[in-house]
Design a protein around this ligand. Structure first.
Ligand code: FES
Length: 485
């Protein structure tokens, strides 16, 4: 039977986004069978895929770095020797490929031998003839090319180093690498899974294993009932997967599914990228992380100072490290305090999250993000989340400067632009006089405007200009989401 692989694995194998493969499937250039692609079809569609790419080895080395085996009974932690384990897996994969090829050869040989015996059965000198045929056939087999099948090696390699999880009913997919927990891997993959403490106390990360094998990686105080265990329930924060798995799990479908939380957070550092903005990096306690959707906001309070409502400028995939970009404003007591008096390690109280400026994860369209000045804070969270989901075929960012200060994280956006094939960044001057919609259209192509989802965080004046553009290009209103800066 032809070898089939999942869409996510196929995208990893040839180094493209899942969205790119989906695009090919929609265009009829690739066919799926029950959600999977035939490996040979994939290789035909990507004949130039670089399977020898050393990035795979580097990636695996990173994975092994995280792969710590923990014995739940003895709590003994043992790290493998990274280099030795990497090369061992690689050589085992190559050996497996060689043996597979050899097996195919001997299968063909045994079929031919049976035919030959049948043909010679009636001959008077059958034995010498058979011996001569055997000598010839063995010489041919030994001379056959035994080069390894690199695509098979890479597929085996990925299978050994990471397990694929499919969540039902959403059919979202993610990879669990090394010994990371199912919960950690799901969040890193951009899923809005249900959870609370992340350390086995609350039971909120409970999910059901429909198929595949999992292994407990840490003790948990929360007790599952015998009936739950019998049905296959486990805690996502205390288990990893040791084979590909199908999991039944709760995921937030929108901001209304995320509970309000009240969490003490500590300031890690405060940066001043320009005269208008401070960037406040904070950390939650390990056992009390913030569950939120990218693009949401939270209220920060400081005793005896006051409180303020700010966008969370980071991705839910890193739920302990929260970043806030705050405009320096003498009328905002929190901004003034953080700018002038706050110190690293100081405690703030966070209440939230709130807001519905969140990504439409079910949309197949490419994404256009438009930020004005500090509107980049909300947009940054959305972009990082879109990157974690890894489904958008193309991501555009247009960042319009506010006043005469340049974009305060211009280097970060340039780094994304340089590092990611599907990311395109354009910094626009506020004083250029050019209508932002014209600059955007020049980049996207006027006839393509309807093919994108638009996320805008700007003032009302800019919103008005861009709404005219949305109407004139007949872009449906559900493809245009706006948040006031
Ligand atoms: S998140 Fe609380 S038990 Fe897993």
């Amino acid at each position: 039977m032809a070898k089939r692989i999942s869409l996510s694995r196929a995208a990893r194998l040839v180094g493209v986004k899942r969205g790119t493969l989906q695009q090919k499937i929609r265009a009829g250039e690739l066919t799926t069978f029950e959600g999977e692609i035939i490996l040979a079809d994939l290789l035909q569609a990507y004949p130039d895929a670089q399977f020898e790419d050393s990035s795979m080895l580097e990636r695996v080395e990173q994975i092994i770095e995280q792969a710590t085996f923990i014995n739940p009974d003895t709590a003994v932690t043992r790290k493998p020797d990274n280099v030795a384990l990497t090369s061992r897996i690689m050589s085992l994969s190559e050996e497996l490929s060689r043996q597979k090829r050899l097996l195919g050869r001997y299968r063909r040989f045994s079929d031919q031998l049976a035919e030959e015996i049948e043909r010679l059965a009636a001959e008077p000198d059958a034995l010498p003839q058979l011996k001569a045929w055997l000598d010839q056939a063995m010489t041919k087999i030994n001379a056959e090319d035994d080069t390894i099948d690199q695509s098979f090696v890479n597929e085996t390699f990925l299978r050994v180093m990471s397990a694929q999880a499919t969540v039902i009913p959403s059919n979202h997919e993610f990879f669990i690498e090394g010994a990371e927990s199912i919960l950690e891997a799901g969040l890193r993959g951009g899923l809005a899974l249900n959870y609370g403490c992340s350390n086995g106390n609350c039971g909120l990360c409970k999910l059901r294993v429909v198929s595949g094998e999992v292994r407990k990686t840490r003790h948990h105080d929360y007790s599952l009932t015998e009936a739950e265990k019998g049905l296959g329930y486990i805690l996502g924060c205390c288990n990893t997967a040791i084979s590909d798995v199908v999991l039944e799990a709760d995921e937030a479908r929108g901001s209304s599914d995320i509970p309000k939380q009240n969490i003490p957070i500590r300031i890690r550092k405060i940066e001043r990228p320009n005269r208008q903005v401070i960037i406040v990096s904070t950390r939650t306690p390990r056992t009390s992380r913030l569950r939120f959707l990218a693009g949401q906001r939270a209220t920060l309070s400081i005793e005896h100072v006051g409180s303020g409502f700010y966008p969370i400028a980071s991705c839910p995939c890193d739920d302990m490290n929260l970043q806030f970009h705050i405009a320096i404003d003498s009328q905002d007591p929190i901004a003034s305090y953080l700018d002038e008096s706050a110190r690293a390690n100081e405690l703030l109280t966070l209440e939230g999250p709130e807001g519905s400026f969140v990504l439409n994860e079910n949309s197949p369209r490419s994404l256009v993000f438009i930020a004005q000045g500090i509107g980049f804070a909300s947009i940054k969270g959305l972009i990082e989340h879109a990157m974690a989901l890894d489904v958008a075929e193309k991501i555009y960012l247009f960042w319009i400067a506010d006043g005469d200060e340049p974009q305060y994280l211009n280097n970060l956006c340039r780094a994304w632009n340089d590092a990611l094939d599907n990311f395109d960044y354009l910094a626009l001057e506020s004083e250029a006089g050019e209508h932002p919609a014209d600059a955007i259209m020049a980049r996207l192509g006027s006839d393509k405007a309807i093919d994108f989802d638009y996320y805008l965080c700007a003032d009302d004046q800019l919103r008005g200009k861009l709404e005219q553009f949305v109407v004139s290009h007949e872009i449906p209103s559900n493809q245009f989401l706006y948040e006031n800066v």
